[in-house]
Write a protein that binds this ligand. Sequence first.
Ligand code: ZN
Ligand code: ZN
Length: 379
Amino acid sequence: MTANPLPVSPSARRGGRSPLRPRSEASRLAALRHSLSRLKLDALFITHLPHIRWLTGFTGSNAVVLVSSRKQWLLTDGRYKTQAPNEVEGFEILTASKSLFALAAEKKLLRPRTRVGIPAGHLTLAVYHNVRRLFSSMRLVDTVNVVEPLVAVKEEFEIVLIRKAVEITDAVFTRILRLIKPGIRELDIAAEISYLHRTAGSDGDAFEPLVASGERGALPHARASERKLRRGDLVTLDFGCRFRGYCSDLTRTVAVGTVSREKKKIYSTVLEAQLLAIERAAEGVHGKTLDRIARNHIRKRGYGRYFNHSLGHGVGLEIHEPLRLSALSKDVLQTRNVATIEPGIYVPNVCGVRLEDDIVIRGKGCEVLNRSTKELLTL
Ligand code: ZN
Ligand code: ZN
C-alpha cells in the first residue's frame, strides 16, 4: 500500500530530519519546564523510553534524559553515537560505556542541592537505590505523572500518524476477512495479520494480535491458539500496528456462518454500548462517566457481570497510555486526547464480543478514526 501524503516540516525541506517529525521539541520542552516550575523542581530525570522519544525524537533502546531549568541532556550508550545526533536536536548528547546515571553524576551536570525529580514509577528498585546513592548531594524528589499529562494531549501531526496507523489496520481487517472460515487456526489468522501489517507499510504490530474464537472468545486477552474456527463461532480479532512509532488499536467480532440469536443479542448490546459512549465522548467529560454509560447499558440488557474490564485507554507512542476510561478513573477528557472505546461481553464457556475504535476528542464531540464496519459480518 502506498502511504498518503503527510505534512512536511520546514527542517525536512531543508534536507534535515524525518518529514514525519515536525520540530516541536522546543514547545514540548517549554511545557515540561512549566510543569517543573509548578512542582518546584529544578530538574527532572526521564527514563521511560516512549517519553524520551516524545521529547527528543530518539528511538534507541537505552537512554536517560535530564532536563534542568536551562539545559537538557540525552545520555545513551556507544551503539547510538551516530544515531542519536541524527535524531535529536537541541540536547547535549553524552555517550557512555557505563551506567548512564553514573555518567550524569561523574559529569556533574547538576549542582549540589538541586531539587531533582526522579521518576520512581519507571525505575527498577535497584536503579532507584543507585540513583539515590549517586546523587546523594541533591534534593531528590520522587515524581509521578509529570510527562504523562503532556503526552496525553496530542499535536495534530501526531494525530496524522495515528490516523495512518489506523488506516493500515482497517485495511488489514478487510483483507483478513477472506481467511475467516471453518477449519483455519487462530494462529494462522494472527500470523497473517502480522504479515499484512508489515507489508502495508507499518513498523509492525503494536502488540501481538489477539484472535479468540468460540468459547475462547470469553477470555478477553486470549492469545491466538491452535483452535480451528467452527461454524456458529463468534471470532474476536484485536490488533493494531505502529506507524512511525504511533499505534492503532482495533477490535472487531465476526460470525463464522450463522450464529445463535443469543450471540446476536450479545453483539448488538456491545455495539449499542459502544455507540452510546462514543456519542457522549467530548472535552470535559470524565473518563468514569463514559465507562458508566457503556456499563449501564450492558447491565440493563442483563450482561453486567460479563463486562469485566474498563471501557478504554489512551493510545499514542504506547499502545496503553495512562489516560483511563474506567470506573476508577480521575481523568477528564481534553481536546486532542486519543483513546479507545472498547466495551465487551464475555460469557464463560460460551462466547465473547468486543468492539473497539480509536477516537480523538474534538471540543463538543469526538472523531472516530476507524472506518471498519461494525455490522455483524457473517463469513
Ligand atoms: Zn485492542
Ligand atoms: Zn485497546
